[in-house]
Design a protein around this ligand. Structure first.
Ligand SMILES: [Ca+2]
Length: 111
């Protein structure tokens, strides 16, 4: 009986563990997915701040297949009135002027 309970518990928690820390998004310093590339790793729905070498320095982005990602001009995914989203098919080829070279955090969800 106890063994069964343990198996059931593992069955419910294992997928969450496997889903953690995935590569969810790629973003580039130049438009059209050119230049140095940053690969964003994290949990689905988790806000991630950009490292200093890519902060305020990105111009295009593409979500990994099946995801949609949003970028914010400030850290911690703040200023919700002003954000920009892109998909896995190329809609992020050129970030809008107001957030070009200004993105500081990102978050991805299942599309
Ligand atoms: Ca910024």
């Amino acid at each position: 009986m106890k063994f069964t309970t343990i198996l059931l518990a593992l069955g419910t928690t294992a997928p969450a563990v496997l889903a953690a820390d995935m590569d969810l998004v790629d973003m580039w310093v130049d438009t059209n997915f050119n230049g140095p590339k940053y690969t964003g790793r994290g949990d689905v729905g988790q806000c991630v701040n950009l490292p200093s070498n890519f902060n305020d320095n990105l111009s295009s982005g593409k979500a990994r297949p099946g995801y949609k990602c949003t970028i914010w001009p400030d850290a911690d995914c703040k200023t919700n009135r002003f954000d920009s989203s892109f998909d896995d098919k190329g809609s992020g080829a050129s970030f809008p002027d107001w957030i070009n070279d200004r993105a500081s955090s990102w978050r991805c969800y299942r599309a």
